[in-house]
Design a protein around this ligand. Structure first.
Ligand SMILES: [Zn+2]
Length: 281
């Protein structure tokens, strides 16, 4: 795990053991607000201890961008009485699958034994939801595509947008919706935040936001094109393994060895949807 500062009061923690997933802490004069946590217990505990020492203050709240376990598990390392704030869809997904997924993780890796699942206690459905914490205002709003429960967190005073996996070094839509994901990336371009902290991968700085969003949109359009081409030729979906990530304008580096698998999962899910649409109509 390594950390860096995004601004004077915003800290970023990145797991070097799981797909460069990010956790963010914002120091406010009401206490520290944490957005997402890393999956591994030792990393999460390290962050909690670092923040206690560094800020010398209590925690104020935990915000959760979506229900995926690599963002959820580490929340247990923060004080139990804290509210966890998310979308209502996120809370529902965790109630549906959270305990089962955690039990499976614990079964395959005992390091997760100390994790207890934190279910969101404050949720919102649509539109903007504001969390005020003294000198900082957090605007929460839906950013669907990667999953339908994903939200963004905009820190108004700093113009920093924390996206969860609505933005990530390789956009992943295998568990979501490609068109919704493109719309969300277009929305980020219009919003023009100063800085974007994505769910996985490095911070996108001022001046880079539009270029990077275009690169991700281009990637997703390419995924749709490649999947459609294999379908149209009547070929087997296994051929999608042959489409390199680089062909769609992204590099393998950011998320490590899993990137080709993630990319193929995108292609296959889009292929299956296009095929279902074709067969239906
Ligand atoms: Zn995710």
């Amino acid at each position: 795990m390594y950390w860096e500062r995004v601004s004077e009061e915003i800290f970023l923690f990145t797991s070097d053991r799981y797909a460069l997933v990010n956790s963010i802490a914002v120091l406010t004069d009401r206490g520290t607000v944490v957005i997402d946590a890393l999956p591994f217990p030792d990393e999460a505990r390290q962050i909690a201890r670092f923040l206690e020492i560094r800020s010398g203050m209590d925690f104020y709240a935990l915000l959760l961008t979506h229900h995926h376990m690599d963002h959820v598990y580490g929340l247990y390392a923060f004080p139990e009485q804290l509210d966890v704030i998310s979308s209502e869809l996120c809370r529902q997904r965790l109630l549906e699958i959270g305990e089962t997924s955690l039990a499976e993780a614990q079964e395959s890796d005992p390091t997760f034994d100390e994790v207890t699942l934190r279910i969101p206690s404050i949720t919102f459905e649509d539109g903007d939801f504001f969390v005020g914490a003294g000198n900082k205002t957090f605007k929460l709003f839906p950013m669907p595509g990667h999953t339908n429960d994903n939200i963004g967190v905009f820190i108004e005073e700093d113009e920093v947008l924390i996206t969860g996996d609505a933005v990530m070094a390789i956009p992943i839509v295998a568990d979501g919706d490609l068109d919704g994901q493109i719309e969300t990336l277009e929305f980020v371009k219009v919003m023009e935040p100063d800085t974007v902290v994505q769910g996985h991968g490095e911070v996108i700085l001022r001046g880079e936001v539009k270029v990077v969003m275009d690169q991700y949109i281009h990637y997703l359009e390419c995924v749709r094109r490649e999947a459609a081409a294999v379908l149209k030729k009547g070929r087997d979906r296994k051929e999608l393994w042959e489409v390199p990530l680089e062909k769609c304008g992204l590099e393998r580096v950011p998320l490590g060895i899993a990137s080709h698998q993630l990319h193929v999962a995108n292609l296959m899910s889009v292929f299956d949807k296009l095929k279902a649409e074709r067969d239906a109509g």
